[in-house]
Design a protein around this ligand. Structure first.
Ligand code: TMP
Length: 221
């Protein structure tokens, strides 16, 4: 049997550059000879991508915060069973764009459902699976969210050509994102062994170098 792989998650507000940084890290880890699985939440499986569409489509009206949290976990439970656990068992490095910290920050803090409910659901539905390392990209909340809004408006223009409308969260208020930001910082303070806060206000190249340094220091690949 091969050695169990490593599970690395990327977290942060919308527009902090998580997806770009995940791709850059994947290229480096692959070049070093490891098997790498790049994935995301909500999504990552066929079922999860359908759930993602319901969750992020701005046409989804009146979704209750509890239903929103339940759908995030439904996507995650399927993702763990179908993709993450098999990949880890096969010795791969799994790089995941968002995981349960997103639920704690967005639903727990942003929607005010509290950390306790999120952590309990994680224990029951996700076998309490913990990442080996979480990279929390931290930036100015206002700037990141405006960046995400501009990106999604561009995507919306081509929505008629088959691109998804993923604007539901971006239409939230500044106060909501300020709570999400606070939620993330509280997780980082509590789980400082697992969560590394990386300043993402520089260029993508500078942020990438900081991430490489953290990964080299914290994960034995
Ligand atoms: P992204 O894939 O562009 O990061 O968008 C996913 C959106 O879903 C983002 O606004 C954060 C939100 N989200 C939650 O609210 N809770 C969660 O558990 C996850 C995974 C994402």
């Amino acid at each position: 049997m091969s050695k169990r792989g490593k599970f690395i998650t990327f977290e942060g507000l919308d527009g902090t550059g998580k997806s770009t940084q995940l791709r850059k890290l994947a290229a480096v880890v692959r070049a070093a000879g490891h098997k790498v699985v790049e994935t995301r939440e909500p999504g990552g499986t066929l079922t999860g991508e359908k759930i993602r569409k319901v969750l992020l489509d701005s046409g989804t009206a009146g979704l209750s915060p509890m239903a929103e949290m339940a759908l995030m976990f439904a996507s995650r439970a399927q993702h763990i069973a179908e993709v993450i656990e098999p990949a880890l068992a096969a010795g791969s490095v799994v790089l995941c764009d968002r995981f349960t910290d997103s639920t704690e920050a967005y639903q727990g803090s942003g929607r005010r459902l509290g950390s306790h409910a999120v952590r309990e659901l994680h224990r029951v539905l996700c076998g309490n699976l913990q990442p080996d390392l979480t990279i929390l990209l931290d930036s100015d909340a206002g700037l990141s969210v405006s960046r995400a809004r501009r990106r999604n408006k561009r995507a919306l223009k081509v929505a008629s050509r088959g691109h998804a409308d993923e604007n539901r969260f971006e239409s939230e208020t500044r106060a909501f994102f300020a709570r999400v930001h606070e939620g993330y910082l509280a997780i980082a303070a509590r789980d400082h062994g697992r969560v590394a806060v990386v300043d993402a206000r520089g260029t993508p190249g500078q942020t990438h170098q900081k991430i490489l340094e953290v990964v080299r220091r914290k994960v034995k690949l």
